[in-house]
Design a protein around this ligand. Structure first.
Ligand code: PRP
Length: 208
C-alpha cells in the first residue's frame, strides 16, 4: 500500500492531534512513548508519522516530504506556505492578540515598538489599521519585552491568558482567532486523493 506521510507538530498540539487521529483509526504503535525517536510507521495501515518542530510542518508539507500535516493557523498566517488548507480540527484554540502592561494606552503619537515572533502577521495587522510600528523580533518569552521596557506592546498567542496575567500584562486588541488545521501538499493531494479524503472523512466523524 502507498504510504501516507503525516507531519505532526511536536508538543501539546501534536499530542492532541494524534489522539484524534488514533481514535479516527490512524493509530501507530510507539508514537506516544517518551522517546527521542521521530519517525513511526504502521505498515498495515500504510501510514508514516513524524514529529517536526511546529514551525517546520508547513515546510515539510509544501516540499512534499509530508503528504499532509497538522499545524496551527498562526504558523500558516506567518509563513504562507503553498499548501492546501483542508480542515479546521477545532483543537489548539487560542488567539493572536496585542497585549501590553496594565493601563497602557497607545496615544498614536510616536512609532509603536512591538515585540513578536510573528513578524509578518504583525506587519500586516498594523498596516491594515495604518499604524507605524518598529518590530522587535524575538523567539520566545515575548511577555518579557514590555515588562523590561524593550517594547510598548507584544503580538503573541493567548490561550488561557495565564502568562499575561502572571506578568502584569493584558490584551488590548484581538488580532485573529487561531486553531489547528490539516494541510496537504498540492501535488501529493492529487496522487493520494482517495487516502486523504478518507482521512478527512474519519477526522470529521471524530469532530462530531
Ligand atoms: C505561548 C505564547 C504565550 C503562551 C500563552 O508560549 O507565546 O507565551 O503560550 O499561553 P497562555 O495564555 O495559556 O498562558 P509557548 O509556551 O509556546 O512558549 P514561548 O514563550 O517560547 O513562545
Amino acid at each position: 500500500m502507498q504510504m501516507l506521510n503525516i507531519a505532526l507538530p511536536k508538543g501539546r498540539l501534536g499530542d492532541e492531534a494524534y489522539a484524534i487521529l488514533a481514535s479516527a483509526g490512524y493509530a501507530c504503535e510507539g508514537l506516544e512513548e517518551d522517546s527521542r525517536k521521530l519517525i513511526f510507521e504502521n505498515d498495515k495501515l500504510g501510514i508514516r508519522y513524524f514529529w517536526a518542530k511546529p514551525a517546520d510542518v508547513g515546510v515539510y508539507v509544501e516540499r512534499g516530504a509530508a503528504d499532509v500535516g497538522i499545524v496551527g493557523k498562526d504558523c500558516l498566517m506567518e509563513q504562507s506556505p503553498d499548501v492546501y488548507e483542508l480542515m479546521d480540527l477545532d483543537i489548539g484554540n487560542c488567539k493572536l492578540a496585542v497585549a501590553a502592561r496594565k493601563g497602557f494606552s497607545d496615544d498614536g503619537r510616536s512609532v509603536l515598538r512591538v515585540a513578536t515572533k510573528y513578524v509578518n502577521c504583525t506587519r500586516a495587522y498594523y498596516e491594515s489599521i495604518g499604524r507605524d510600528i518598529d518590530i522587535i523580533k524575538l523567539n520566545g518569552s515575548i511577555e518579557l519585552a514590555p515588562v523590561l521596557g524593550l517594547s510598548d506592546v507584544i503580538v503573541d498567542i493567548v490561550q488561557t491568558g495565564q502568562t499575561l496575567k502572571e506578568n502584569g500584562l493584558e490584551v488590548i486588541e484581538d488580532v485573529e482567532p487561531i486553531s489547528a488545521r490539516l494541510i496537504a501538499n498540492k501535488a501529493n493531494y492529487e496522487f493520494k486523493r482517495e487516502r486523504i479524503l478518507k482521512l478527512i472523512g474519519a477526522l470529521t466523524m471524530q469532530k462530531g
